[in-house]
Design a binder for this molecule. Structure first.
Ligand code: PFF
Length: 448
């Protein structure tokens, strides 16, 4: 029934793939704007603490569960349970995660489609195709369907290739490209007039905000979304990891890369907004907060690109290339969750299953596109605001309570012989049992 499971060929391959999943629109778009509207560096500080104190332990729960069971998320959770009732609960949580991963992918595809359309626009500009450029940068049903579909097609093409030839190969190519583009853009933007003002806002903390409950809730939501937690993507990537690698170390590297790139993206986005303001763009909303949503990407930044003369289209190309790459390495990890389950349960070849499942998810994207006003916010809230924290609690419960401590230890010892002597083993098992679920619950409560 089952085909041989894929595996990452190297540690670096896993790091590229898992960091690729983590680094996405959430880092480059979400984090900087959340920072700017939540007390600047005060938010960065709280985010850093929560990323390592809460999200990292939850990430470790997922990686350990996944590598231990070496199966798709549904069967993984059922496999660690002993009793029929907990097995049933495991399957239910696995399905819930699979549905949430698919729904996140459906709205992510819509937004990534916009990035792709804006990526083609500067090319049209360079070729003097003004009408097409205008069409690409104006909202329309046709544009969103075509470019959402194109992005969904790219995601499917990579996932159809499997773990090593698809996920690992493409993440390893795209992640270095992402970092290079990000660095080039930062250097360019920081040399422009007005950038310093943005840097100040981004880096100077308003410490009175550190204890603001809303700031803490926002930082936790951001950390969970950014590390792709709760929905099983990290669990499935963990299931493709070799037993020779140290999980706590790899998890720490992935968390550090994710946090590092989010922070670095802030050095681009916030100064870029102030440079755009210098050129006449409005960067504050009516209530006095910094613009954050689509207005930021599709109105403020284009003013900046237009002000750059001949360099403008190239900078726009680099920026939307960066956004598209970041989206793609994340979207593949979401599609892998349902595809892994199907591949392990069906006789059909992986490419066929990938195109069937990817097609169904894109059909949901199309429904969202056609009913944008009613559905988009609803799906975002259901998945990221409510479901990800609930699922995060469930997965901590599985790692902390359902999976026995000696099995946890045995799993973590693989690739890390002396784990028992480390601070990690002294703290983490208790932490994931009590603190993580309680803290997530508390923050979740606050957000309601
Ligand atoms: N971590 C991605 C980002 O920051 O954009 C979003 C994401 C990817 C969320 C994968 C959930 C997921 F399963």
């Amino acid at each position: 029934m089952s085909t041989p499971r894929g595996q990452f060929s190297s540690k670096t391959g896993f790091i590229m793939a898992a960091a690729g999943s983590a680094v996405g629109l959430g880092n480059i778009w979400g984090f900087p704007t959340q920072t700017a509207s939540n007390g600047g560096a005060a938010f960065v500080l709280v985010y850093l603490i929560l990323a390592f104190a809460l999200a990292y332990p939850a990430l470790m729960a997922e990686l350990t569960l996944g590598r231990h069971s070496r199966a798709n998320t549904i069967d993984s959770l059922a496999a660690v349970a002993h009793r029929a009732s907990t097995k049933f609960f495991g399957r239910a949580v696995g399905w819930y995660g699979l549905i949430v991963a698919s729904l996140i992918l459906s709205f992510y595809t819509v937004v990534a489609g916009w990035m792709l359309a804006y990526l083609f626009a500067p090319i049209c500009q360079m070729l003097g195709m003004a009408e097409l450029q205008q069409w690409l940068t104006s909202q329309s049903l046709a544009r969103d369907l075509i470019f959402g579909g194109l992005f969904a097609g790219l995601t499917m093409a990579i996932i159809a290739g499997g773990v090593e030839a698809g996920i690992e190969r493409w993440s390893s190519r795209l992640m270095p490209a992402l970092i290079i583009l990000l660095m080039l853009l930062i250097i360019y933007v920081l040399m422009q007039e007005g950038a310093n003002e943005g840097l100040k806002l981004y880096l100077l903390p308003d410490l009175s905000q550190v204890t603001n409950p809303q700031l803490i809730v926002n930082a936790m939501g951001q950390a969970f979304f950014s590390l792709s937690l709760g929905v099983g993507t990290m669990m499935i990537y963990g299931s493709y990891l070799s037993k020779d690698d140290s999980l706590p170390r790899l998890g720490a590297i992935v968390t550090t890369v994710d946090v590092g790139i989010a922070f670095t993206a802030g050095l681009l986005i916030i100064p870029a907004m102030f440079v755009a303001q210098h050129h006449g763009a409005t960067i504050y909303a009516e209530g006095g907060s910094l613009l954050a949503g689509p207005d930021l990407i599709f109105q403020v930044l284009p003013v900046l690109f237009d002000s750059m003369g001949a360099a403008g289209p190239f900078v726009a190309l680099a920026f939307f290339g960066l956004m598209t790459i970041a989206s793609l390495t994340s979207s593949i990890s979401m599609l892998e969750v349902p595809v892994a389950r199907a591949v392990e349960r069906s006789e059909l070849p992986r490419p066929t299953l990938t195109f069937i499942i990817g097609g169904i998810i894109f059909a949901i994207s199309a429904v969202i596109i056609a009913n944008f006003g009613q559905l988009f916010g609803l799906v975002v809230d259901f998945t990221t605001k409510y479901s990800q924290p609930i699922l995060g609690i469930m997965l901590c419960i599985f790692a902390g309570w359902v999976m026995h401590r000696d099995r946890l230890l045995r799993e973590l010892k693989e690739g890390h012989e002396d784990i028992e002597q480390t601070l990690f083993w002294k703290i983490w098992p208790i932490y994931v049992r009590f603190f993580c679920p309680a803290l997530i619950l508390l923050s979740f409560w606050q957000s309601l």
